[in-house]
Design a protein around this ligand. Structure first.
Ligand code: SF4
Length: 632
């Protein structure tokens, strides 16, 4: 094992294949020319899915694949290059699934010598995967079934005798196939969206433990060192990164409240009484134990919270903004320790906090309207703001108990079963729940929710607020051709151009494994610097043009995945509530016009080079070197 090295990139990168039905484990090399076209993360994972996954299969059946990918940058000391992707067919949407997480697991996998893993088949009994450089084992996990993620992490580390092992795992919710079960590494960095934990569960794969101790070769070590040093010296000059360090992603709550875009009471309102009780600033002043970060990132924006009230366990970290908005204003709750408890409970059982909280907010509105009654909830009073009931409902979703079973299918399915027009306030697109953002106050985010291949996804683009004025974010997008501010609620060509380009930027971040929160537009790495970084690591002569094309390529591949699964333009939509006036706050009365928003989507298709059904044209596929994709 001591002699094993990771070869230079020109020799390609190793991919691990694990078949859980047969127990076969093998490796193969991915050639540099493939890596140059797809880089890693979302683009590389989708390349494998389109080549190897048959359309129409059952997402929870034996034929589905789990494709897990790092990028050509992962495992280096570049700040923010720690993210990895899990992609598959989603049990929540029956379409394209892609979910990224930061933390330490991706770098460990890369330093074990692998750029990715493709997992096929279904194991007969519960197992976990153990990867230690070239040693790969499928191990029995029967004794771990039903245990919390915290217990499992301790048991696996003890069993393997190494505390530095990083484990990406689902929890009991994934074992029970809750449709939005997630995967967590180090108990707190979540591949949260699209139900990847349920796919783990369907394969009887509890988790993947990794220890990588190899050196990651880079083309120009001195230049890489210089870039790392530059970031270390400069991130403190970036106001947004400094606020992230001080207050976490919850730093944004005051801004949302002041602009009337803090979703409250299941998106009926845009302002929440007592919101300051869960501001990021409040968290720092009250329950914050310490900051943590991801591998090699000095920004350390992650929260670790504790508190005697509700016995919040710090091993599960602390809530991000979307979790606070979800269990907070969306459910009518302002108690930060209670919200932190909800976060802890979700991480312990492996539930996506975004979908779980929105499902509970939806259920509270159904309860208010008499669509759900005490009979459905086993007597749990699902009133707005009822902390005890909110916490109880997390248990019920994880365990499939009473109405919790239906809510665990996602709000789209729940609304179909419950009827009474509840689909009008089921806040989802393509079956995936909204994160806590309001399209009525941020039309770019609204378009992102509507057209995202994974269903509502707040990370489809950088949010509108950064470009509404002459900000650092606007300055940073000048090199990609955006020079003028664009109004937050505009449905104009200017907004479309902004969206189209920012979507490519977010997508290239996903494919290079970069964290959006260190990258331009709003954060420390400007585009020109990032081009140098990629060059220093890979030795490739690249340009922003190539990176933008990478982003566009990834977006088109994901789109093609859904076309093959039968998705149409009708799936690119927003729920009825977005076309109703906001109930209060600075944007009281604001709503989206349905016709205008539909035209906005149609124009977006045209910009993309897609037909009127949102299908990439043959010419677009040729331009992006994707003519190999078969759409039918
Ligand atoms: S900015 Fe925060 S989320 Fe991003 S890599 Fe750094 S610590 Fe992780």
């Amino acid at each position: 094992m001591e002699n094993m090295i990771i070869p230079p990139l020109k020799d390609g990168r190793k991919l691990l294949r694990v078949n859980l039905t047969t127990g076969e484990v093998k490796t193969e090399m991915i050639a540099e020319r493939i890596l140059r076209r797809y880089y890693g993360g979302g683009a590389l994972a989708t390349y494998f899915l389109l080549n190897e996954l048959k359309p129409g299969i059952d997402p929870l059946g034996e034929e589905n694949l789990l494709v897990i990918t790092c990028s050509v940058l992962t495992g280096t000391l570049i700040p923010g290059a720690s993210r990895y992707t899990i992609a598959s067919k989603s049990p929540l949407t029956n379409g394209f699934a892609e979910s990224e997480a930061g933390g330490f697991w991706g770098p460990q996998l890369a330093k074990a010598g692998y750029i990715g893993i493709i997992i096929s088949g279904v194991s007969e009994k519960p197992v976990y995967l153990w990867i230690h450089n070239e040693k790969v084992e499928i191990r029995d996990a029967s004794h771990l079934t039903g245990k919390s993620t915290g217990e499992v992490e301790g048991l696996i580390r003890e069993e393997l005798g190494d505390n530095k092992i990083v484990i990406a795992q689902t929890g009991p919710a994934g074992e029970k196939l809750v449709k939005y079960a997630c995967v967590l590494n180090n108990l707190k960095h979540a591949n949260g969206r699209t139900g990847m934990g349920a796919v783990f569960g369907s394969k009887k794969l509890r988790g993947i433990a990794v220890r990588g101790t190899l050196d990651m070769p880079v083309a120009n070590p001195d230049a890489v060192k210089e870039h790392v040093k530059w970031f270390g010296e400069n991130w403190k000059n970036n106001t947004s990164n400094v606020r992230l360090n001080k207050y976490g992603t919850a730093h944004s709550i005051s801004g949302l409240q002041n602009t009337g875009t803090l979703p409250s009471y299941n998106w009926r309102d845009g302002e929440f009484k007592d919101a300051e009780k869960f501001y990021g600033e409040t968290m720092t002043d009250t329950i914050l134990l310490k900051n943590e970060g991801c591998y090699a990132c000095p920004v350390r924006c992650k929260r670790v919270v504790s508190g005697t009230e509700y016995n919040v366990d710090p091993i599960y970290g602390g809530p991000e903004y979307e979790t606070i908005g979800g269990f907070g204003s969306i459910c009518g709750i302002s108690d930060l320790p209670a919200i932190s408890k909800a976060h802890e409970m979700c991480n312990a059982v492996g539930l996506d906090t975004v979908s779980t909280s929105v499902a509970i907010g939806f259920a509270m509105e159904c309860y208010e309207k008499g669509i759900i009654t005490d009979k459905d909830t086993n007597g749990v009073k699902l009133d707005w703001g009822n902390i005890e009931s909110m916490l109880k409902m997390i248990d019920m979703i994880a365990n499939g108990e009473a109405i919790g079973k239906l809510l665990g299918e996602g709000v789209a399915k729940a609304a179909k079963v419950l009827g009474h027009d509840s689909d009008k306030f089921a806040m989802e697109v393509k079956g995936q729940e909204f994160a806590a953002h309001d399209p009525r106050g941020k039309t770019g985010v609204g378009l992102g929710f509507a057209i995202s291949p994974t269903g509502a996804d707040h990370l489809e683009i950088a949010h509108d607020g950064g470009f509404a004025d002459y900000t650092i974010a606007l300055e940073n997008v000048a090199p990609i051709g955006i020079h003028e501010p664009v109004d937050m609620v505009a449905l104009t060509n200017e907004k479309l151009r902004l969206f189209y380009k920012l979507q490519q930027v977010c997508s290239l971040n996903n494919s290079t494994g970069m964290c959006n929160l260190v990258m331009a537009p709003a954060f420390t790495f400007p585009f020109d610097k990032f081009i140098e970084v990629v060059g220093a690591v890979t030795g490739w002569r690249i340009s922003m043009y190539e990176l933008m094309m990478l982003g566009e390529r990834a977006n088109n591949m994901a789109r093609c995945f859904n076309v093959r699964e039968g998705f149409t333009a009708a799936d690119d939509r927003l729920p009825e509530r977005c076309f109703e006036p906001l109930g209060n706050g600075a944007r009281k009365g604001q709503f989206l016009d349905k016709q205008e928003f539909r035209s906005f989507i149609d124009n977006y298709y045209s910009i993309c080079g897609w037909d009127t059904e949102g299908v990439p044209t043959p010419a677009k596929l040729i331009e992006l070197e994707l003519e190999w994709i078969k759409l039918s």
